[in-house]
Design a binder for this molecule. Structure first.
Ligand code: TXA
Ligand code: MG
Length: 339
């Protein structure tokens, strides 16, 4: 009954004919109702989704990811009305919702009393992270399911985020009942997370540039942890998004045997002898670079023990790319507790 277009078991192609997409969504909804996990394409990265109201299902996310510690998860909903059922929105938060939803923005707001989400999903906090993805398959799944889905990125804890169905299968395999394959994620880095539970604060750089959010708010965003009042994202651990290879940032030359993660041109001296080269964007386009960023890390990983990385400008989507690069380069704890 279910159309499989790849030989990776459990992957369902959700791109094709409308009827095939309905069947794929139907199978995913049935799995979610049974408390199972579904990999859902979003415009940022693939998410590992579970029924947010079912603590057993949410617990399954932590087990599948090998996440050693409970970290609050982002609640995905299809509409602003559904978001209002789980969070309390200030006027400024409503402005951001109007400007950027659906899209790659997560807002942390006060948790509404009686919200239909398990305490495990919010890690017992008085706030909740909410987002409305713009991806049509995510939107269809959320509408058909009819309740919030808790979904972290669909990768093993501390690994590089998954931007294709094949990455999800490689990382999580059997733990996922259904993988909805909608091709490569368009944005390529996770959502921008802003706390609107107090002073507007940037918790994680991501798919929407900080500057665009500040323009709508009419004020700068505080930096996470910059003052006792500025909140932190519990999941923003230093080592994260880590490939197996070591990462050498701001490379102005390539040492023999290193792989090169390039941005723009010309390439630095020594590139001719690199073990492998991946150029994020030969023309220096940051949005294009974000789209292929995690795939590039996966591709170069294994090609060499060290990946030399050319500098990437820090403006626009470059802030999110540099944030991921710094975490990938950070010293690794023995057991990563990242998301
Ligand atoms: O693009 C995305 O945001 C992807 C897709 C699947 O939607 N999801 C994602 O989720 O990146 P995850 O779990 O990998 O990252 C969620 C981050 C964590 O760092 C967590 O600490 C933070 O959001 N977070 C969630 N709820 C929070 C809250 N109430 N207060 C502060 N931080 C929160
Ligand atoms: Mg993650």
């Amino acid at each position: 009954m279910i159309e499989k277009t790849t030989n990776l078991s459990g992957i369902i192609d959700a791109r094709n004919a409308v009827s095939a997409r309905f069947r794929a969504i139907g199978a995913a909804v049935a799995a979610l109702r049974r408390g199972e996990l579904v990999a859902m394409p979003t415009e940022t990265v693939y998410g590992l989704a579970a029924n947010a109201a079912d603590p057993r299902a949410v617990g399954g996310i932590f087990v599948a990811k090998g996440r050693p510690r409970f970290n609050p998860l982002i609640m995905h909903v299809p509409t602003v009305a559904a978001a209002q059922k789980i969070g309390v929105f200030s006027e400024a938060a409503e402005k951001l919702a109007a400007a950027f939803w659906p899209g790659p923005l997560t807002m942390v707001v006060p948790l509404r009393d009686g919200a239909p989400v398990s305490e495990l999903a919010t890690a017992g906090l008085a706030t909740v992270g909410i987002r409305i993805p713009s991806h049509p398959v995510a939107a269809a799944l959320l509408t058909a399911f009819g309740g919030p889905l808790a979904a972290p990125s669909a990768n093993r804890s501390g690994h590089v985020s998954a931007t294709t169905a094949q990455h999800v299968a490689a990382d999580l395999g059997e733990a996922v009942s259904v993988i909805l394959d909608a091709g490569p994620a368009q944005v390529g880095v996770e959502s921008t997370i802003v706390s609107m539970a107090g002073e507007p604060t940037l918790l994680r750089a991501g798919g929407i540039p900080r500057e665009a959010i500040e323009a709508v708010l009419g004020q700068p965003l505080a930096r996470a942890g910059s003052s006792p009042d500025a909140p932190m994202a519990p999941g923003m651990l230093t080592s994260h998004y880590a490939p197996s290879a070591a990462i050498r940032l701001d490379a102005t030359s390539v040492q023999p045997g290193e792989a090169l993660l390039a941005f723009g041109s010309p390439l630095p001296p020594g590139h001719e002898n690199a073990a492998a080269v991946f150029n994020l964007s030969p023309s220096g386009d940051l949005a294009e670079a974000a789209t292929v960023f995690f795939s590039a890390l996966r591709t170069l990983d294994g090609a060499a023990p060290v990946i030399a990385v050319m500098p990437v400008p820090a403006e626009g989507l470059g802030e999110a790319i540099n944030d991921r690069l710094q975490r990938a380069a950070a010293p690794r704890p023995p057991a990563a507790s990242a998301s």
